[in-house]
Design a protein around this ligand. Structure first.
Ligand SMILES: [Ca+2]
Ligand SMILES: [Ca+2]
Length: 227
C-alpha cells in the first residue's frame, strides 16, 4: 500500500478546481413608458471555466392610481387593475434560456382594486370625481414578480471577455377596467422598479499554492490513517 500517497497527490494535482460564483446586481426605477440601460462586466475566462450564467429579473410597482366614473345606465362591480410590465433586451448578448425561450420578457407587477359603481348620475361625459357612479383608489407598493433563468450554454461567448455588455430594461404600463363596462377612466402613472442580477458560476482554476497545500494535507491524512 506504499504507492497510495503518491496516487493521492497526483489526483490532487490534476483535480478540478473549486466551484465559485460572481454576482452582479443592477437596479432600475422609472415611470413607464421608459427604459433603463444596465451595464454588466463580462466573465473573465482567466478565472476558470464558466459552467452557468443565471439571470434573475425582478419587477415591482409603486404608486399610481386608477379611478372609474360610470357612464352606463346600469351599475357594475368588479376588479380594476393597474400594472407595469418590463422586458429585457440587449444589443450585445443573447437572452435565451436552455429551451430557447427569451429571458425576462413581459414580467408584470399589478395592483388590483375591487370597484363598485352605481348607474351614471348624469354628471356628464368623462370623469367627474363625484357621486355613487365614481370609484377607485391610489395604490401603494405591490408585491414583486421575479424570474430566474439560465442562459443557453451555446450563447456564453458574448458574455465572456474583459469588457462590459449592456442589458436594457424596457417598461410599459397599462390598466384594465373591463369589469366596469362603459366607464370613463382617470389614471395616474405608477413607478416600475426592480433589479437584474447576473450570476456567473464557474470552476476556478486552482492556484499553485492551494494545489501544494492540498497535496501535503492529503499526505498527512493518509499517513495518520495508516497508523
Ligand atoms: Ca361622468
Ligand atoms: Ca360621477
Amino acid at each position: 500500500m506504499k504507492f497510495l500517497p503518491t496516487l493521492a497527490l497526483a489526483a490532487t494535482l490534476t483535480g478540478v478546481g473549486s466551484a465559485a460564483t460572481i454576482v452582479q446586481t443592477k437596479t432600475y426605477s422609472y415611470v413607464p413608458t421608459n427604459f433603463a440601460v444596465l451595464t454588466f462586466n463580462q466573465f473573465d475566462a482567466s478565472l476558470g471555466t464558466l459552467t452557468a450564467i443565471t439571470i434573475q429579473t425582478n419587477v415591482a410597482k409603486s404608486g399610481g392610481s386608477l379611478f372609474v366614473d360610470n357612464e352606463s345606465v346600469v351599475g357594475a362591480s368588479g376588479n380594476i387593475t393597474q400594472s407595469v410590465t418590463i422586458s429585457l433586451a440587449s444589443p450585445d448578448v443573447f437572452l435565451f434560456d436552455a429551451g430557447f425561450a427569451t429571458i425576462g420578457t413581459n414580467l408584470s407587477a399589478s395592483s388590483t382594486y375591487a370597484a363598485t359603481v352605481g348607474a351614471d348620475d348624469g354628471d356628464g361625459v368623462g370623469v367627474q370625481s363625484t357621486g355613487a357612479d365614481y370609484d377607485g383608489t391610489s395604490f401603494g407598493t405591490t408585491a414583486t414578480t421575479t424570474q430566474t433563468r439560465n442562459v443557453n450554454t451555446g450563447f456564453f461567448g458574448a458574455y465572456t471577455g474583459t469588457g462590459t455588455f449592456e442589458i436594457d430594461v424596457n417598461g410599459n404600463q397599462g390598466f384594465n377596467t373591463s369589469a366596469i363596462g362603459g366607464a370613463a377612466v382617470a389614471i395616474d402613472p405608477a413607478t416600475a422598479f426592480g433589479s437584474v442580477v447576473i450570476t456567473y458560476t464557474y470552476t476556478a482554476i486552482p492556484e499553485p499554492s492551494s494545489i501544494l497545500l492540498g497535496g501535503v494535507g492529503m499526505l498527512a491524512l493518509l499517513r495518520r490513517r495508516r497508523r
